[in-house]
Write a protein that binds this ligand. Structure first.
Ligand SMILES: [Zn+2]
Length: 375
């Protein structure tokens, strides 16, 4: 959330690096900078050679179109600026005495958050148009058929569906070579038109083709789209090949043996340790967490209801928490949906059929319907 204080430069320190003293020559190298920009939001990812502390500063008035993030003891040798379009016009990197300053030039004042992702250590800077001006600037929003905000109803106008993996990342592989990346894209392609036709909800697919999309870019796209829900779609896998069931994950610190194995497969955060705790503390938003859990529970219920008539032995794996990077920084309730185990002969074979994938797409649509209705 932004902090606007008249005439003052507000400096918010986020000293997240391990609390040890650095030697004078203990330089942290920013090895890569990746900006993702769109009309209403943007994300800048700074890859660091090791944990680095960071502090952000903002100014009121004309200057509030600039956001500064300072990285003490950091060095960088890549391109000094990136020209962009939309909310984020330009990113400049300015070396200063004993620190590196990253300047974000915005087309208008925006909300922002700065956080880190561990392993590899990345500093992520998210900016977005404030919700009000975003709605005004997006005419298609007013055309969408959102329900009036009657008691108990939730406004859901836009949804981001995130088919996992893609391109060179096949994800998990199942019977007869069936690939997770193809299954989840097909489920998203089935759900999107239903969301539009039955619920009047517009959908963004974080990938619409068999291409690789960086984890960091997926939530950035959802934030830029102004999505009210984020659903990352995956197929589960387990070396035992006997594991089965439908599971929905939300971002939190609880984890069990199974979550750990899923985390490893989905390129996620380490699920324990001090780094992980600090990582989670950045997202201590109880309302968003509660809504994510609510949607995850509805997704489980809708999945069982959709699958059970045809597949009576479907297993409810429940809602679980874990530290998925792909959900980090989402400005909306976010769930990672492990549709079924592609590694299991029975479920993998089912995932290979259009009928089963349609039932999973129906489950997403029905869960959204229930969520919007206030269940
Ligand atoms: Zn996956």
């Amino acid at each position: 959330m932004p902090v606007w204080l008249a005439g003052l430069v507000v400096v918010l320190s986020a000293l997240l690096a391990p609390p040890h003293a650095y030697a004078a020559d203990d330089t942290v190298h920013i090895t890569r900078i990746e900006p993702y920009a769109s009309r209403d939001a943007a994300r800048v990812v700074l890859y660091a050679s090791e944990a680095v502390s960071f502090e952000r500063a903002e100014q009121r008035g004309e200057a509030s179109r600039r956001l500064f993030v300072d990285l003490p003891r950091a060095a960088y040798e890549g391109p000094p600026s990136f020209e962009l379009k939309g909310l984020l016009r330009r990113v400049r990197i300015e070396p200063a005495a004993g620190k590196l300053r990253v300047v974000l030039e915005l087309s208008e004042p925006g909300q922002h958050s700065v956080f880190f992702l561990p392993q590899p250590f990345r500093v992520v800077i998210d900016v977005a148009r404030p919700a009000d001006s975003s709605a005004a600037a997006a005419p298609e929003r007013s055309r969408s058929r959102a329900p009036s905000a009657a008691t108990g109803e939730r406004v859901v106008r836009r949804i981001a569906l995130d088919p996992g993996h893609g391109g060179s990342e096949s994800g998990a592989t199942g019977p007869r070579g069936i690939r997770e990346k193809d299954i989840v894209l097909d489920i998203a392609h089935r759900a999107a038109p239903l969301l539009a036709r039955e619920l009047g909800i517009s959908t963004l697919l974080t990938r619409d083709t068999d291409d690789r999309v960086a984890l960091e870019e997926r939530v950035a796209k959802a934030n830029a789209f102004g999505a009210d829900l984020f659903v990352s779609i995956h197929c589960n896998a387990d070396p035992s090949r006997t594991a089965r069931g439908v599971i929905s994950f939300v971002l939190d610190g609880s984890h069990d043996r199974h979550s750990v194995s899923v985390l490893e497969r989905e390129n996620a955060a380490p699920s324990s340790g001090a780094d992980f705790q600090r990582f989670l503390e950045q997202f201590d938003d109880r309302l968003a967490a509660a809504r994510s859990r609510t949607f995850a529970r509805l997704l489980q219920r809708a999945s069982l209801a959709s699958l059970q008539p045809g597949y009576t032995d479907v297993i409810d794996g429940g809602v679980r928490g874990a530290g998925f990077y792909v959900l980090a920084g989402a400005r909306m309730p976010a769930v990672l949906f492990e549709t079924s185990f592609v590694s299991n002969e029975l479920e993998g074979t089912r995932l290979g059929t259009a009928h089963y994938r349609q039932k999973l797409a129906d489950a997403i649509v029905n869960a959204v319907r229930a969520y919007r209705a206030g269940y």
